[in-house]
Write a protein that binds this ligand. Structure first.
Ligand code: GLU
Length: 429
């Protein structure tokens, strides 16, 4: 990115789209800064007896629509600006799909792969201990994000319940099923993205078999969206993870690729396994090369800021589906629109995860669990309705699909601010 940091870039996007959509200046003002931010030092006993200090954050961005909601990221590049940007995007995302949550995000600066399992558990528990007064089933509800998973959520909910001497499964989502997790939560982000891509394909008359896909990021979301697209006939011609990528003109069998990744722990392991006859011929490519491939649909499903002013003019795919949060820097939105590149924006495309988190929270509050079929059907209802709302504005206003999604969200937030009444006016909050 040029001179803007990721948070300033995220706020600038809200200002730009909100102003163009006629959203009241007071609403945009309310979204310029987070409601509350907690920075914590986490001393953790390592297996060798020493103590290491980790830095963690939690940001509750905006809560006019409900308790704040958003994941916890364990990654060496976590920083406060990034956490705030991600929390702002969560506020927009929850409003886009019309679920009763505000936005939040948390993170710890750590490379989880450097820790033993017990060190990781101690760190997860330390993080929840530091956060216990900041979160709660009706206040702020964390969930998994990059490099965190159901097991980590299980340790955290356990720690919270020890501290509060109560059972409180609704304090966190993305838990193991045995602790009140929801069926279908693990695949939800990928399934949501699949639904959004299919809704778009339906309206544009795209033929899946002629729509060649490149996928950057083969984590939970990337794997599930690729699996579902593969099943629907889309050729997945390129896949990458943090170690690099592979390309095949005829497309990959995603299930067998996933098995290899599980077995070898990295995608490039497939290159060295000559014994695997299920794999088609493939070429080794870098992550940068993957983004610039001449494909029909590009899916960035890893981290933010991968399409920037530096590489935007080399991106050839006419459609980009943002499965990661913030893969396209805000300052290149305009450039993509000018050249006619369609972007299915993150705040819609990856909203399946938080939508099923919402279902998990509802099930926990009701102490009643739904079947996988119910979860999938309700996910489809919510996302297809959100797609319709956005598409209607997109067709009328002629901006980008992102502009339309932000317009839906900002109008909902504006209506809630208005409905809250005048308390904030008198108190100056
Ligand atoms: N981390 C996911 C996201 O960015 C899910 C958040 C949640 O389920 O609360 O949308």
């Amino acid at each position: 990115m040029t001179d803007l940091n990721v948070f300033e870039d995220a706020v600038a996007r809200v200002e730009r789209i909100g102003t163009a959509a006629g959203v009241a200046a007071e609403v945009i003002d309310a979204l310029r800064q987070p409601k509350a931010v907690l920075t914590v030092d986490l001393p953790v006993r390592m297996d060798d007896g020493s103590t290491r200090h980790f830095l963690g954050y939690r940001c509750r961005y905006n809560d006019v629509l409900g308790p704040t909601k958003g994941g916890i990221r364990f990654h060496p590049d976590v920083n406060l600006e990034e956490v705030q940007a991600l929390a702002l995007w969560m506020s927009i995302k929850c409003a886009v799909v019309g679920i009763p949550f505000g936005g939040a995000k948390g993170g710890v600066i750590v490379h989880p792969k450097d820790l033993s399992r017990l060190e990781l558990e101690r760190l997860s528990r330390a993080y929840m201990r530091a956060l216990a007064d900041f979160v709660g089933p009706m206040i702020d509800i964390p969930a998994p994000d990059v490099y965190t998973n159901a097991r980590i959520m299980g340790w955290m909910v356990d720690e919270y319940e020890i501290i509060t001497r109560s059972k409180a499964p609704a304090v966190i989502t993305g838990k193991p099923i045995a602790l009140g997790g929801s069926l279908g939560r693990d695949e939800a982000t990928g399934r949501g993205a699949f639904i959004v891509i299919q809704e778009f394909a339906k309206r544009k008359g795209l033929d899946p078999t002629q729509t060649r896909v490149a996928l950057q990021g083969f984590g939970n979301a990337g794997y599930h969206v690729a699996r579902l697209l593969d099943g629907a006939g889309y050729p997945i011609v390129a896949v990458s993870d943090s170690k690099g990528g592979i390309y095949s003109d005829t497309g990959f069998n995603i299930e067998s690729l996933f098995q290899h990744k599980q077995d070898t722990r990295k995608l490039q392991g497939v290159y060295y396994d000559g014994a695997n006859c299920e794999l088609v011929d493939h070429q080794i490519i870098s992550n940068e090369e993957l983004l610039e491939l001449d494909v029909d649909l590009l899916i960035p499903a890893a981290l933010e800021g991968v399409i920037t002013p530096e590489n935007v003019d080399r991106i050839k795919a006419p459609i980009i589906a943002e499965v990661a949060n913030g893969p396209i820097a805000g300052e290149v939105d305009q450039r993509l629109r000018e050249r006619g590149t369609i972007v299915l924006p993150d705040v819609l495309t990856n909203a399946g995860g938080v939508t099923v988190s919402y279902f998990e929270w509802v099930q926990n509050l009701q102490s009643y669990s739904w079947t996988l079929e119910e979860v999938r059907a309700r996910l489809y209802d919510i996302l297809s309705r959100a797609f319709d709302d956005i598409w209607t504005i997109y067709q009328c206003d002629g901006g980008s699909i992102r502009d339309a999604a932000y317009t839906v969200a900002l109008r909902r937030i504006a209506e809630a601010i208005e409905s809250h009444g005048t308390y904030a006016f008198f108190s100056g909050d």
